[in-house]
Design a protein around this ligand. Sequence first.
Ligand code: F6R
Length: 260
Amino acid sequence: MEIIIQPDSRHASAVAAKIVANLVREKPHAVLGFATGQTPLEMYRVLVEMHHKEGLDFSQNTAFNLDEYVGLPPGHPGSYHSYMREHLFRHINIPASRVNIPDGRAADIPACCLDYEERIHTAGGIDIQILGIGTDGHLGFNEPTSSLASRTRIKTLTAGTRRDNAALFGGEDNVPHHVITMGLGTIMDCRVCLLLAFGKKKAQAVAAAVEGPLTAMIPASVLQMHPRAIFVLDEDAASHLTRADYYKWVYENKPDWQKY
Ligand code: F6R
């Protein structure tokens, strides 16, 4: 695991955007995996800025999102279809035909999940998957006790996750109970996993995922088994790590050829 600790979320988002932009430049057909939530917003803003000011070109990329609520129409303000359109897709030149987000209104959810897995496979697999982390250590919407080998499927949110996501629904009671999410096995198949976490409220989950035991109780700990997992943190989210000084030294002393 590579742990990058930055002074604040703005600097951390800039590093994460650079990692994504480098890949898009090196591999124009790269398959990009996106996440939603508060955490990646600034990184998306920087990518949009790079598109406008530096000509960062997404015209050949394919996108897959991690998850979507079950039962929400794509136009619902709380849906991840709306989120991605609003914060990224309408500002860049990725073709709509190559944007994939689970269909929360599918009549046959198991078939829709199987189809999603097949689409990822047909696209050649995901080159980089952006990830956040839940306060309970969830990855995508794989809540604690999710199988570490799970594939895209329906999951039931915990009360804590529904509370954390209440803002766009006008209250916790309106947050759907069910979601479609890539599984932990699906995420582990991605070539690079880029996890962002900011703020004190993520510190415990980050420390458990990075330095704790590998356990389904902290789904993000599965990334300990990933050959190319990068955590980009602000100081607050890193504040419970026991080896923070070591991670900082490693990052600051990377050989030039390894730098982002
Ligand atoms: C979002 C997702 C979730 C979030 C996590 C953190 O697509 O899959 O795992 O990344 O809940 O959410 P924020 O960033 O809002 O704290």
